[in-house]
Design a protein around this ligand. Structure first.
Ligand code: NAD
Length: 439
């Protein structure tokens, strides 16, 4: 299991960490939503519906630790909207997860599925814990007990979790197995699509592990085409070297671009001559998933990292990294948001004033949910697609989503984030108008 926190933080309890004040991520969603809804003149009734989440589930559950003690855990599943299809969204393990964050992440999922034109709604979940403090067997019991606590609040045609921060295919396999164990024997074979991002042998799709990073790079390629900019020899920096960051870093290398700086929870490193992202990924694999101690680069601090000059910055860690305090330091041509919510509204304004392009999260990192949809379809149809087919279909979907957002930005003379919202909100507005409101 990946380590996720510094030694200092490991000595703090989850409650202590969670009690630290952090800015509301849902406030950011609300500001972004209001800006787009005002500009497109969204129907006021539909605005009321989309401004709220549909269901918010908070569960507290006990788990026995390896030493025999019982620990209580708090976890969340928020379902924002399912007008376009079943609720869909990741599950994160993090000490700072709270209802505000999960609400925001669930809402972004609704927009993301709509922009990508896939028949899913939006949801997100999280368990408030620091996974580095628990053994693998404890994490398995925590995951299984959470799945059991959710009960029929998830389901293959209702709400489908997937990996997110500090969760992975192994955790999805435990969710799957626990969910199937609660089914009657004749239903079990029809329920493997209750989670996506599973290991291949358990019904996962090839290409799902790299899908989010792959989607990030596909959108960067489109941007480069639009700008007449060559990625060959272009410099880039990445924040986060987990699933999204490491795949994005490796796939950018295949385009001939040069990684100059990278930050994760353990360290920040710089090498203007270039950091080999494949070599770094191998190093991290044998170093608990962390980049600390990597020999072929020099350590720098967080502020210097953000001030590094490069062509492209891929934030692929957590929310609220580019803010009114830090956006002024950023010296790149493009911010490609691999993470969800890395830029807050003030940070966004500053980036725009500086003439920095932004491919917004709800477009840029949609590759994950797109290939999750492909996995879900393969499970339903008992099919197994080859990598080439998955990549080709992902490319087609994300490139057309990119074009929809680009065209909308032109039509409304607005920034790309607002344009992406307008694409999503227009789609949902049409659906609500066609169907009406029951009763
Ligand atoms: P992950 O757990 O695999 O990796 C997270 C990375 O961020 C790790 O390298 C960690 O060290 C680093 N990190 C954590 N806190 C940090 C900090 N304070 N400063 C710098 N680095 C820090 O998670 P992931 O799945 O790669 O997700 C990363 C982001 O991408 C999240 O915002 C997530 O919601 C988003 N996302 C993930 C997927 C997916 O398919 N996994 C899909 C869409 C969006």
């Amino acid at each position: 299991m990946k380590a996720s926190h510094s030694d200092v933080e490991r000595t703090l309890s989850v409650r202590e960490i969670a009690s630290r004040k952090k800015p509301s991520v849902y406030d950011n969603v609300t500001k972004q939503f209001n800006k787009a809804a005002d500009l497109m003149n969204l129907d006021p009734d539909i605005r009321k519906i989309l401004a709220m989440t549909a269901n918010e589930i908070i569960v507290h559950f006990p788990v026995r630790m390896d030493d025999g003690r019982i620990e209580m855990f708090t976890a969340y599943r928020v379902q924002h909207n399912n007008a376009l299809g079943p609720f869909k969204g990741g599950l994160r393990f993090h000490p700072l997860v709270d209802i505000d964050e999960v609400r925001a992440l669930a809402t972004w999922m609704t927009w993301k599925s709509a922009i990508a034109s896939i028949p899913f709604g939006g949801a997100k979940g999280g368990i408030q814990l620091d996974p580095s403090r628990y053994s693998v067997s404890e994490l398995e019991r925590i995951t299984r007990r959470f799945t059991f606590a959710l009960g029929s609040n998830i389901g293959p045609e209702y709400d489908i979790p997937a990996p997110d921060v500090n969760t992975n295919p192994q955790i999805m396999a435990w969710i799957l197995d626990t969910y199937l164990s609660t089914m009657s024997p004749h239903e079990r074979q029809r329920c493997t699509h209750v989670v996506t991002g599973k290991p291949i042998e358990s019904g996962g799709s090839v290409g799902r592990d790299k899908a989010t990073g792959q989607g990030v790079v596909f959108t960067i390629e489109e941007w480069a085409k639009d700008r007449g900019f060559s990625l060959h020899g272009a410099t880039y920096m990445v924040q986060g070297f987990g699933n999204v960051g490491s795949w994005a870093a490796r796939l950018m290398k295949q385009k001939g671009a040069k990684l100059v700086a990278i930050e994760d929870i353990s360290s920040v490193i710089l090498n203007l001559e270039g950091i080999d992202s494949d070599e770094l990924a191998n190093y991290a694999k044998n170093n608990g998933g962390l980049i600390s101690g990597y020999p072929n680069a020099e350590p720098i601090d967080h502020d210097t990292f953000l001030q590094t000059e490069a062509d492209i910055f891929i934030p692929a860690a957590l929310e609220n990294q580019i803010t009114s305090n830090t956006a002024q330091w950023i010296r790149v041509k493009l911010v490609a948001e691999g993470a969800n919510g890395p830029t807050d509204p003030d940070g966004d304004t500053i980036l725009r004033e500086k003439g920095i392009d932004v491919i917004p999260d709800i477009l840029c990192n949609a590759g994950g949910v797109i290939v999750s949809y492909f996995e879900w379809l393969q499970n339903k149809r008992s099919e197994f697609w080859e990598l080439e087919e998955v990549d080709c279909k992902l490319h087609k979907k994300i490139v057309s989503a990119y074009a929809r957002v680009r065209d909308m930005a032109k039509e409304f003379s607005t920034d790309w984030r607002t344009a992406a919202y307008i694409v999503a909100l227009s789609c949902l507005e049409r659906v609500y108008k066609e169907r009406g409101i029951f009763p």
